[in-house]
Design a protein around this ligand. Sequence first.
Ligand code: NAD
Length: 477
Amino acid sequence: MIEQRQFYINGEWVNPVEAKDHQVIDPSTEEPCAVISLGGQADVDKAVAAAKAAFPGWMNTPKDQRIALVEKLLEVYKRRGAEMGEAISVEMGAPIDMASTQQVGAGTWHISNFLKAAKEFDFVRPLGDHAPNDRIIYEPVGVAALITPWNWPMNQVTLKVVAAAIAGCTMVLKPSEESPLDSMLFAEFMDEAGFPKGVFNLVNGDGVGVGTALTGHKDVDMVSFTGSTRAGIAISKNAADTVKRVHLELGGKGANIVFADADDKAVKRGVLHMMNNTGQSCNAPSRMLVQKGAYDQAVETAAEVASKVTVGNAHESGRHIGPVVNEAQWNKIQGLIQKGIDEGARLVAGGLGRPDGLNKGFYVRPTVFADVSNDMTIAREEIFGPVLTMIPFDDEEDAIAIANDTDYGLTNYIQTQDGSKANRVARQLRSGMVEINGQSRGAGAPFGGMKQSGNGREGGVWGIEDFLEVKSVAGWT
Ligand code: NAD
């Protein structure tokens, strides 16, 4: 079992001031796999002070030097990728093959995309020919608190840390207490890459202790948060007293609109996308809307595909899906499956309980509900498990109305072979992202949501801008 109780502050691993032991549970076995410390206000004060002291130096470090350090980070990240895959797999339950490719790969992709965006980014720009004595200077916001979830941990950590570093912000990272091991490993990578003392700091803790201390801290200038809408609201309120910039990447309840003219792989693709990462993705296509006429066949196909999805131990190699992250999440999903049954949805695959032969570990049966109406709880709440809901619709207008009838607005999906229909519908969907016919976002595309899915955008040039102030200077150039 791993024991790592220290935090990374001011370029060193230090003992916590307010230590409270916390066991990290391996969701495949329900056994503890690590012991860490949860810190408190005093640890946050120390880390924020280090970040504040490092800020002037880091802000004035030339862009090329910042880029050179991120290039070194990328080299370390790639070289030590196998260790990262193992850490992610054991603590949050992504099967080792998937963790080593998709989960670790997301980080490689983001760091590479940021490097490209950074090289092209102009931190000083003229206002325009009409105002030859004016210029716009992009400056870092200051000390950033970065708070991340456990579901795609390196995806989130690299999106925040690397963008902040390129922008010239210094930072304190608080990863999820469910998945601290990968972030501690990442802190080693930052150290090995040679970032100056205090630029990057890490304090472990829970939301109530360290999270609240960070988001209310007078010397923290901005919060970049990814997690649940519930926590995002609490953070916004707490950060309001000191007028911080708050960037929120929150939950989702994506619609996958399958028109009758969709290609014949569309339903299968949608089910497998839903089940990936055991359904624990904010952008999961969790409501499959299918046009009447194609609906019955789609339900049959979805049930067949879901029933062939295998579930197993995350430590074993293979293409199965793993357990969900913890007992609370397992119980929540069971409660929502029961709710779906009680509210009259038709269960066509999976259901309550664990898959056969898996009696220990937080395993959930890949589940499909048909005949769901959009006002049912399972169509409104983010389930965050391998549970797909299928909703019939009449026509384009009906599909758009159902898709938009949600508090969330993160990602929606369209399946059709009619290009002009796809473009029309994409324009009407109230979400930060739309993906058509299985096409996923390109390198450096902005990631983020509308409505209660959050604000701001991560990735590429938009991700860097989120950590920047815009200063207008008029006069001598
Ligand atoms: P969570 O909100 O419970 O926790 C996320 C992080 O916030 C953790 O580090 C936690 O300790 C911290 N936290 C919790 N309450 C806090 C508070 N009051 N103040 C400060 N920090 C607090 O979410 P989770 O269960 O870890 O992650 C799952 C959620 O994250 C889902 O809702 C999912 O949709 C969302 N998510 C969104 C995106 C996106 O980009 N939009 C990406 C991944 C996950």
